[in-house]
Design a protein around this ligand. Structure first.
Ligand code: E4P
Length: 217
């Protein structure tokens, strides 16, 4: 399973890259705004900065919602760096844009996916990644993991190449459950990834080993 980090924060991206487990980055307009990135020039520069840190795919989301504008914006984004994946919303014009970019060999990530039907359409349009939003479904008492399971079955039935990129991850159990059911990728904030490290028996065991090691000197 690939690990992407879901942030536009360069320090966190560097930290995850230094860990040696990072396969890519996803961003969205809210994450960019959180970092105070505004204006086309600054946005484009920020994407290039991210691409220069991470050795993997970097999702950059279009801000427009019509077919023509998404194509123009997506082509500009894709031209910024070879690692850029054009992130397109799950809307009717978005499906057309996914097909356009797929035909041109430009990688895409279909975002804001909340149903198996939407995921099926994204795969039919040739999306590289489909992003079901696990946490946002859980927030409204709908089982997000169940959706990812459904998408896995559908994609396996028809051998779709589209990779399931489980998004809106909120905790380490989301990551573990995604791994159990065969999501291809998770994209997560750094704290949930780092929380996978933690176990009290590791801490107490290490404290004991360190104490005993001192007796051996
Ligand atoms: C996915 O690509 C999105 O950027 C992200 O995972 C959304 O997460 P949120 O629901 O925590 O905002």
């Amino acid at each position: 399973m690939k690990f992407f980090i879901d942030t536009a924060n360069l320090e966190q991206i560097k930290e995850a890259q230094d860990l040696g487990i990072l396969d890519g980055v996803t961003t969205n307009p809210s994450l960019m705004a959180k970092e105070g990135i505004a204006g086309k020039e600054a946005i484009n520069k920020h994407y290039v900065d991210i691409c220069n840190i991470v050795d993997g795919d970097v999702s950059a989301e279009v801000l427009s919602t019509t077919y023509e504008e998404m194509i123009k914006e997506g082509e500009e984004l894709a031209a910024l760096h070879e690692r850029i994946v054009v992130k397109i919303p799950m809307i009717k014009d978005g499906i057309k844009a996914l097909k356009y970019f797929s035909d041109k060999g430009i990688k895409t990530n279909c975002t804001l996916v909340f149903s198996a039907g939407q995921a099926l359409l994204a795969a039919k349009a040739g999306a590289t990644y489909v992003s079901p939003f696990l946490g946002r479904l859980d927030d409204i008492s709908v089982d997000g993991i169940e959706l990812i399971q459904e998408i896995r079955i559908i994609y396996d039935n028809y051998l779709f190449d589209t990779q399931i990129l489980a998004a809106s991850i909120r905790n380490p159990m989301h990551i573990i459950n995604c791994a159990k059911i065969g999501a291809d990728v998770i994209t997560s904030p750094l704290p949930s990834i780092l929380n996978l490290l933690k176990h009290p028996l590791t801490d107490s065991g290490l404290a004991q080993f360190v104490a005993d090691a001192k007796k051996m000197n």
